[in-house]
Design a protein around this ligand. Structure first.
Ligand code: HEC
Length: 144
């Protein structure tokens, strides 16, 4: 039945098992992800807002096959990444990167949705330092 449906119209085939194993190069995949995908999905695939109320979903917990097929079909607002754009090996590296991020949570402890080091650092500066200053003022007021 799948073969019959596939014969009706042109379209990408189901990806080869070989490219779905997530044992590629995560460093290269991360680079490709930041170039091609991060503007919509965030640098670690934590989701992102787009125009007109649309959004790019989070990519944690998405199966390897689903990731590959999303790249070759380009659902909704997402562009199609054909084999001339990202070779099957590149796609495998991207899948490897996403699986790596999924299986290796932040070593620095809590993260704020991985929105970036500047935004997260600023948050700590303003609220962390604000809290410390507030405590200091409070202690100073008590000692009088
Ligand atoms: C222009 C923005 C944009 C770019 C660039 C983009 N995506 Fe997407 N992506 C989307 C949107 C929007 C959806 C949701 C489509 C839908 O709702 O059907 C999506 C869906 C997905 C899904 C399906 C998630 C799910 O849970 O069903 C995967 C996987 C995915 N994208 C991976 C990628 C990868 C990998 C790249 C880079 C090679 C990429 N995307 C680049 C916008 C983008």
């Amino acid at each position: 039945m799948a073969a019959w449906v596939a014969s009706l119209a042109p379209g990408p085939a189901i990806p080869d098992e070989e490219y779905l194993r997530a044992d590629g190069n995560p460093t290269h995949g991360g680079e490709l992800f930041r170039i091609n995908c991060a503007m919509c999905h965030n640098a670690v695939g934590a989701a992102g807002a787009l125009t007109e109320g649309k959004w790019a979903p989070q990519l944690k917990g998405v199966s390897e096959k689903h990731i590959y097929e999303a790249m070759v079909t380009g659902p909704q607002n997402m562009p199609v990444f054909n084999d001339a754009n990202l070779t099957p090996e590149d796609k495998k590296d991207i899948i490897t990167y996403l699986k790596y991020v999924e299986n290796n949570p932040s070593v620095g402890g809590y993260e704020l949705g991985s929105i970036g080091p500047v935004a997260e650092g600023l948050f700590v500066w303003i609220f962390g330092m604000g809290f410390i200053i507030a405590i200091t003022v409070w202690l100073g007021a008590k000692s009088n």
